[in-house]
Design a binder for this molecule. Structure first.
Ligand code: GTP
Ligand code: MG
Length: 196
């Protein structure tokens, strides 16, 4: 995919505020601080278009971006961060599930899991929702650069076991080294090209 231009369109919390469902859409989900905004920036070759922060809880709204004028990217708020208010935390699940349920243009979900951590209930719930709503999904293991090659391999196989899927279905990724960037695009292109 050659990136010609990317624009931020708007933020939303509820369906009435979503963008017009005119374009195929890919959404990115995962724990707070896992690297969702950084992954999007890496995919679109823009260092700072999507705001990132070392402080978890940076993205609290559903943010819509338009890539090359014809593909919608959605940065979903991160979950699991204890320091955001109880109210914000309680809204997360319903906000994401409503999005998955009503968004007719959603074609693919990208679930990010920190390669250094074991998948938890939220990740299992998300995978369950993707399956229930028949949304094709990719699972990306972020921050690979923080681990040695040997440790990467053993964590990938532990996460695969925990999720009950083959390791070859997990995409090791780093926004620092750009490891995995081309594979994420290839797999997204394959899903999107199958969607017409
Ligand atoms: P929320 O918006 O809070 O949900 O976080 P997020 O998932 O969007 O994470 P974000 O992209 O803001 O990244 C969080 C922190 O992790 C930032 O300090 C990033 O620089 C860092 N980070 C993200 N991806 C990587 C990576 O692949 N490698 C390394 N070393 N750091 C990363
Ligand atoms: Mg973010």
């Amino acid at each position: 995919m050659i990136i010609k231009n990317v624009e931020f369109i708007k933020s939303a919390t509820k369906p009435a505020e979503y963008t017009e469902p005119m374009f195929l859409e890919v959404a990115f989900a995962g724990r707070s601080n896992v690297g969702k905004s950084s992954l999007i920036n890496t995919l679109i070759n823009r260092k700072g278009l999507v705001k990132t922060s070392s402080k978890p809880g940076c993205t609290q709204l559903i943010n819509f971006f338009l890539v090359n004028g014809n593909l919608s990217f959605v940065d979903l708020p991160g979950y699991g961060y204890a320091k955001v208010s109880k109210k914000v935390r309680a809204q997360w699940g319903p906000m994401i599930e409503r999005y998955l349920t009503v968004r007719e243009t959603l074609r693919a979900m990208v679930l990010l899991i920190d390669m250094r951590r074991e998948p938890k209930k939220e990740e299992m719930d998300l995978i369950g929702w993707f399956t229930a709503h028949a949304v094709p999904h990719l699972i990306v293991l972020t921050k690979a650069d923080k681990l040695s090659k040997t440790k990467q391999q053993s964590n990938i196989s532990a996460i695969a076991r925990c999720l009950g899927r083959g390791q070859e279905t997990l995409i090791p990724f780093s926004s620092k080294t750009r490891l995995g960037r081309d594979r994420v695009w290839q797999e997204l292109d394959a899903i999107l090209n199958n969607s017409f």
